[in-house]
Design a protein around this ligand. Structure first.
Ligand SMILES: Cc1ncc(COP(=O)(O)O)c(C=O)c1O
Length: 409
């Protein structure tokens, strides 16, 4: 029989967060090993539960959530999202500017399919959340990675962005707070990004799914700045966010994209986006009912991100323990759920970081993700998810330290 192969469209698509290393972890598990999985920002397996009001709302609405909804989402959810951005200073936002999807993931793919033509260049941060790079390739575009500067708190290097713009560049992707670095961009940086987009006529795609997961320390009280508030009327901005992280319901699949800026100039693109929304009928309807409840009222996330809260204590502990390992340096994350430490190549001669992560997995039964899986340029970083409790994190980082000792120069 003729071999059945994957499409050529997938040639440049990678998603290492769930890639070959996870397959190896599953093989080891099948052999009976217990693997500490610190590779995916999935809150539920680590004992984080959805706010009760969200579950209650979904249960309440389940009987009337059996049919397809409007393909852009149920009215109450879109209104709640629009009102959320109105309250954040984007007073012109209307229900028609909001599309609800099965998580931000689906909307990233839909937006890129509607926007990108073959050969269009799209600027993406390095390191990035690799779905962006994969989805750009899949839609026929060329991802062009701009450097985020580790020495500057992982803020994007604006000069590097500018130097990579060509006549084929169509959009600038921003991920803030950032996965995998935990950087929360300063107001100056956000303004700088918007300024570049304005001068070069680029659309901004701003992934803000971690907007409510911010950690202060003695030196910094991070503030999340929505790119859209600076983009004004003349830069088209697509803002992505959702319930997965701040409301601890990754599995419900509820996210949105909000369109702001010169919408009349974008009518054709928006028609295309609506076409794609129609083609997939609608997002999961029960989860859409959770959106209004989540955005209104008491925000339980605020308890988790302050001293004494699990998110806060765990990320601070992980970062401190990582920095205690000789030859390891980890920039303080001010947001999100990850540390992205550097392994000094002078101390740890790693040439292939995917192999490093597989060797670590086999030796110590810890699963992390290699930095080049986030399109980082050198094989000298890895990402650790900080969702396990303090005891497990301490054990895990202890095992990583032991393994590193065995490969030290
Ligand atoms: C930056 C970023 N964007 C999007 C997503 C996917 O979010 P969702 O669960 O809404 O699809 C993730 C998940 O880890 C993420 O880190």
């Amino acid at each position: 029989m003729r071999p059945i192969v994957q499409s050529k469209k997938l040639q440049h698509v990678r998603y290492d967060v769930r890639g070959p290393i996870l397959v190896e972890a599953q093989r080891l598990e099948a052999e009976g090993h217990k693997i500490l999985k610190l590779n995916i920002g999935n809150t539920a397996p680590f004992g984080f539960e959805a706010p009760e009001a969200i579950v209650a709302d979904m249960v309440q609405h389940l009987p009337d959530a059996q049919g397809y909804s409007d393909s852009r989402g149920i009215y109450s959810a879109r209104t709640a999202v629009a009102q959320y951005y109105q309250s954040r200073g984007l007073t012109d936002t209307t229900v028609d500017d909001v599309y609800i999807g099965n998580g931000v993931s689906e909307l990233i793919s839909m937006v890129l399919q509607a926007f990108v033509d073959d050969g269009n260049e799209i600027l993406v941060p390095a390191p990035d959340y690799p779905l962006w790079t994969g989805a750009i390739s899949l839609s026929g575009g060329t991802p062009v990675h701009y450097r985020c500067d580790e020495a500057n708190g992982w803020n994007p290097d604006l000069e590097d962005i500018e130097s990579k713009i060509t006549e084929n560049t169509h959009a600038l992707v921003v991920i803030n707070p950032n996965n995998p670095t935990g950087a929360v961009y300063s107001e100056e940086t956000v303004k700088g990004l918007v300024d570049i987009a304005r001068r070069h006529n680029l659309v901004i795609m701003s992934d803000e799914i971690y907007e409510k997961i911010l950690y202060a320390d003695d030196a910094v009280t991070p503030v999340h700045h929505h790119v859209a508030t600076y983009a004004g009327d003349d830069v088209l901005c697509l803002t992505f966010s959702g319930l997965s992280k701040a409301y601890r319901v990754c599995g419900y699949r509820a996210g949105w994209v909000m369109v702001s800026g010169p919408k009349s100039a974008a009518e054709d693109f928006l028609e295309g986006l609506t076409l794609l929304a129609n083609m997939r009928m609608c997002a999961n309807v029960p989860a859409q009912h959770a959106i209004q409840t989540a955005l209104g009222g008491y925000q339980s996330i605020n308890e988790l991100i302050v001293p004494g809260g699990r998110f806060y204590e765990q990320i601070k502990l992980a970062n401190r323990l990582l920095n205690d390992i000789p030859g390891v340096s980890s920039v303080e994350p001010h947001g999100a759920l990850y540390c992205f430490p550097r392994l000094d190549p002078e101390v740890y001669p790693i040439e292939d970081d995917q192999q490093f992560v597989i060797d670590l997995l086999r030796a110590k039964k810890i699963l992390v993700t290699h930095g080049t899986g986030f399109n980082w340029f050198e094989p000298d970083h890895f990402r650790l998810v900080t969702l396990p409790d303090a005891e497990v994190l301490t054990e895990a980082i202890g095992r990583i330290a032991e393994y590193l000792e065995t490969i030290r120069r």
